[in-house]
Design a protein around this ligand. Sequence first.
Ligand code: NG6
Ligand code: CA
Length: 506
Amino acid sequence: MHKTSNITIALVSLFLCKATIAQKQNTPNVVIIYTDDLGYGDISCYGATKVKTPNIDRIAKEGIQFTNAHATSATCTPSRYALLTGEYPWRKTGTGIAAGDAGSIIQESQFTLAKLFQNAQYQTAVIGKWHLGLGGTNGPDWNGNIKPSPNDLGFNYSFIIPATPDRVPCVYVENHQVKNLDPKDPLEVNYKTPIGTDPIGTEHPELLLMKADKQHSGTIVNGVSRIGFMKGGHKAYWNDENMSDELTNRAVQYITTNKSKPFFLYFAIQNIHVPRVPNPRFKGKSGMGERGDAILELDENTGKILRVLDSLKLTKNTIVIFSSDNGPVLNDGYEDNAVEMLNGHKPGGIYRGGKYSKFDAGTRVPTLFRWPSGIKPNSVSDALIGQNDFITSMAKLIKQPIPTNAAPDSQELLDVLLGKSQNGRTSFVEQGIVGFAIIKGDWKYIPPAAGGAVMKDKNMETGNNPLPQLYNLKNDGGELKNVATQYPDKVKELSQLLIDIQATKK
Ligand code: NG6
Ligand code: CA
């Protein structure tokens, strides 16, 4: 009798234990390290030799590295919109680069990647650069309750840079409020005219750490002039030198606090966007100026995230995703010697163009997935994937439904992301700052477009050409040989496909 009940107890506990393991495997933690303006060629696992990124390379070694993975767009706001909603951003107006006082671009009624995880009882957080607008249509109430904030879009916790590090307001927002705001010194933001008495770049160039273009010559904070003007809020100002550390420490803290729950952390670190003001401990370390030093800072802080997962024994059952919101740019408004000190480094790898561009370096970004419980180490995949595909793929993984009409442009590619299949997308639409391109199989087509071939201030090729452009990416990844006249049928096919995809009512 005793024996039987002992056996029963043993069996029941074995069953429960197995069930918990199975349940845990169905609910791995997910951390997306989403970098800013990091190019395909900017890290060593993608071929960089002038700068070394051992921590980021570790993710590749222990997981899967994608060679044909894309942000939907060559700028930040639309790419982030697509990552979080699974919708091509150009289907919705108002998804271009957002001003620092823009209203929330994602509506509270919309389904998001964060809501997906929330529905599965995850803890969810965004820490880092938001740049998707805040508040109602007239923008946020900086001195009150900011709503909608990311907390209304599926995140239980948020600690964000409202827009970009080069845009006012230069303050962090935690959940619904500006962090450290002194009510006696209310914060005001204006994107049209100077306000307040703080110095601005056009009038006080002697106060600047680095020269800026006209657009970046508004209010000066920490010796850096920004886009836009602000008044008040002084106690809430961020410190640029500590920004990467501040965000990383908060991410580490978040992981530590939530170690025993399933969590989803969208860690949108600001590196390597302008203004590039890495912590002084990196000064001169890359030999490539501030841009290179910012890559080293990104690498070190990525290492901190990996190590906290190690020390909490979460590595095995945490999916770490590493990617970038758009391709690389050297001069993006500040004179920080990024061009002069490049030292032969190729930020876009073999790919042409960069941030803003319809050429491939605009959207083809480093993309790594690591999940020791589900992905073989040292894997490489050439499958075509988009960041808009993550949402439905994650839904499959955690066995959650996607509401009808949500994530309309997201293809479920879970097996591809886990390295079990090479069957990625058959086609993908790339969005430049102006206009589009389409990839289908080995081919890439860019429709004829008016407008300059080069953005002069940035020395960046746009991809504009009055003639149709067709490239064979397999033989000519660098898009150097336009073969449109040799393959008129291909031109016709891809041109029509782009029209059809864009016309499809989603
Ligand atoms: C552009 C800014 C650029 C950068 C970009 C946003 C000018 C001339 N250029 O408008 O410096 O801030 O917006 O970058 O103002 S992104 O990575 O967030 O898309
Ligand atoms: Ca960006």
